[in-house]
Ligand binder design. Structure first.
Ligand SMILES: C[S@@+](CC[C@H](N)C(=O)[O-])C[C@H]1O[C@@H](n2cnc3c(N)ncnc32)[C@H](O)[C@@H]1O
Length: 226
């Protein structure tokens, strides 16, 4: 049975005003020069820039990768590489991030940032539909951490391709699981419906324990059971 929110619960959820968000971001580590430049470069692309994870979520990805002791991470959805950079920082020297995207143009920007940050040797980009790339990975449970952040209609397939490849105790993260709040509606359509179906899929999956966080556009953190 799920717990319905009460007035007291609602009071615990802090409205994210500009001031509060600025304060939250002030608590995260300051952006490096490379991160700052990558944010600027991505903003110059226009509206698509909103696909980039925000700084506090990038910091969380690094922290989770470090906490999980991740040495091999798989990312679905590179874009201009901000989240990849966060993961590459988290896996540390000698670690590896395999990241999937379909865009030459956006991943070219990403590569420049990884070079500038000195982590390019840890990152392998696979261009093409992510499902094809993931199907081609060995079926060994050797992946320590997964970050899913690409086309919403593909989330369930990515999940099913990746969970068997994650080691027991490894983490599977999925972004945009609130879809601007639209996923909460039983009448959700389009991408919001795809996300709602994905969330139900995760909830029903006995291979993992998971929690949906209200950071940014919603982030699910799942841990593969031993
Ligand atoms: C939300 S963005 C990723 C943002 C990135 N994680 C970041 O923080 O900067 C989604 C990315 O998924 C890519 N994408 C969309 N459909 C895809 C597919 N079928 N296979 C691989 N990548 C895909 C898009 O090209 C886009 O760059």
């Amino acid at each position: 049975m799920s717990a319905s929110p009460t007035t007291a619960d609602a009071l615990k959820a802090v409205p994210l005003t500009d001031d509060v968000l600025t304060y939250v971001r002030d608590q995260a580590p300051p952006l490096s020069e490379v991160q700052r430049a990558l944010v600027e470069r991505t903003l110059a692309l226009g509206g698509v820039s909103e696909m980039q994870v925000p700084p506090e979520q990038g910091a969380l990805l690094t922290l989770l990768a470090r906490t999980a002791g991740a040495r091999f991470a798989v990312e679905v959805g590179t874009f201009t590489g901000y989240s990849t950079l966060a993961l590459a920082t988290g896996v540390g020297p000698g670690g590896r991030v395999l990241t999937c995207d379909v865009s030459d143009e956006w991943t070219a920007i990403a590569r420049q940032a990884w070079e500038a940050a000195g982590v390019a040797d840890r990152v392998q980009v696979e261009l093409g539909p992510a499902a094809d790339t993931l199907r081609g990975l060995p079926l060994d449970p050797v992946v320590d951490l997964v970050f899913i952040d690409a086309d919403k209609a593909g989330y369930v397939e990515y999940w099913e391709l990746l969970v068997p490849r994650v080691r027991p105790g490894g983490l599977i993260l999925a972004d945009n699981v609130l879809y601007a709040g639209e996923a909460a509606s039983p009448d959700a359509t389009g991408n919001a419906r795809a996300i709602r179906d994905f969330n139900a899929h995760v909830k029903a999956d006995n291979r993992v324990e998971s929690v949906l966080l209200t950071i940014a556009d919603g982030l699910t953190i799942a841990r593969k059971k031993s």
